[in-house]
Structure formats: C-alpha cells, structure tokens
Design a protein around this ligand. Sequence first.
Ligand code: ADP
Ligand code: TYD
Length: 205
Amino acid sequence: MTTGRLITFEGIDGSGKSTQARLLHDHLTAKGQDAILTREPGGAPGAEDIRRLLVEGDPDRWSPETEILLFTAARRDHLERTIEPALKRGTTVISDRFADSTRVYQGAARGDLRDLVDRLHDAVIAREPDLTFVIDMDPDTALARGLARNSGEDRFEDMGAAFQHKLRAGFLALAKSNPDRCHLIDGNRPPEAVAQDVAAIADAL
Ligand code: ADP
Ligand code: TYD
C-alpha cells in the first residue's frame, strides 16, 4: 500500500503561504491526484478551537512556554484526526504551516526555547514533512499584506516589524539546516511565478 506525502508551507506572516498552498492543491487535483488542503494551527475541529485561543487577543496573552504547549496540542489533534488518516489512504496532505513554525516562532524568535520545542515534538508528534516550501519575503511588505487582510487574527502581526525580521532570519536558518526537505522560494514575485516553481518541485517528488 502506498502512503501519501506530507507537503508543508512555511514562512513569515503574509508571505503568501495560503495562496501558494491553495494553488498547489489546485495543480495536483487538476492532474487527478488525491490531495487535501489543511492548515495550522487548526485543521481539525478541536485544533480549530485551540487556534482561536492562539491567534486572537493581546500579544502578551500567553507566555512562549504556554504557547508551545497549545500549538503542540493543536498539532497532535490535527495529526491524529486529519493528517495521518489521509496519509494512510494514500492522499497527499498540503499543510499551511506545521512544526517548523513552532521551531521558529516559539523556539527562536520568542525566546531561546528550541530544546523544549524539540523534546515535545519528539514525544508527541515525531513526524517530519516529506517536502517543505519556505516562502521568503521582505518582512515589511509581508507585514503590510498580512495586516491589510483585517482578519482579526493579528496577535502575531501585532508583535511588530522587528519580530517579523527575526522570524525571517529563523526561517532562513531552518531551511539551510534542512536542505533535503526544505526548498527556499522567492515570494517577492507574482503569485503565478511563485506557483510555477512550487509545482515543478512538487511534481519531481
Ligand atoms: P500567508 O498565508 O503567508 O499569511 P497569504 O497567502 O494569505 O499569506 O497572502 C497575504 C496577502 O497577500 C493576501 O491578501 C494575498 O492575496 C496577497 N498575496 C499573496 N501572494 C502574493 C504575491 N505573490 N504577490 C502579491 N500579493 C500576494
Ligand atoms: P497563520 O494563520 O498561518 O497566519 P498568517 O496567515 O498570518 O501567516 O498562523 C497564525 C499565527 O500563528 C501566525 O502568526 C504564526 C503563528 N504560529 C506560531 O507562532 N507557532 C506555530 O506553531 C504555528 C503553527 C503558528
């Protein structure tokens, strides 16, 4: 029996991950592939409930440690209820964010907690994507795009431009240290041009 592949999109807020995840899903399904599009935090009913606790409200609402626990709880639910059943059916899973976001947001940018992030990941998630696209963008442009959406989910955007610059450096370092699975994609281009690069890499997999 063949199992499906897990493909993730990572990057700073407003870098175009959701747009690219959707375009890749369109591309794969147009070719007749069985694929689902999902997201983190969220992607399952319980995980979506936890999402609201994380993305709304005051930036100081949670400590970085509490955030790690909440994001990991949401991820475990997403993995159990959505990702693993789909992979077992042979379906490709495209996730808008996954564990790399916790490594960068909570593990590096909000305090030096990478060891805790890694230990929790090993204990209750223990799964890496088959392929990760890290969409790289100028943080100031991405922040403006993200805030312009008026989504009401701006808790992390509200941490400011310096935080987004720190996140970008974190994602660049992460891509560099995982060259087999991570592909760095220049997001400072029209969506269709970005999508062409993404589709070519996914098709090769
Ligand atoms: P993310 O999921 O990384 O936060 P989105 O895909 O939601 O990013 O994009 C954020 C905003 O920028 C949206 O309004 C989207 O339409 C727009 N956008 C996405 N990709 C591009 C692009 N390549 N060029 C210009 N605008 C874009
Ligand atoms: P998302 O909806 O992808 O935000 P955006 O569209 O702005 O990129 O994710 C919500 C926020 O949660 C985002 O600011 C990043 C943050 N986040 C973490 O801090 N850690 C995590 O593990 C995940 C999955 C997301």
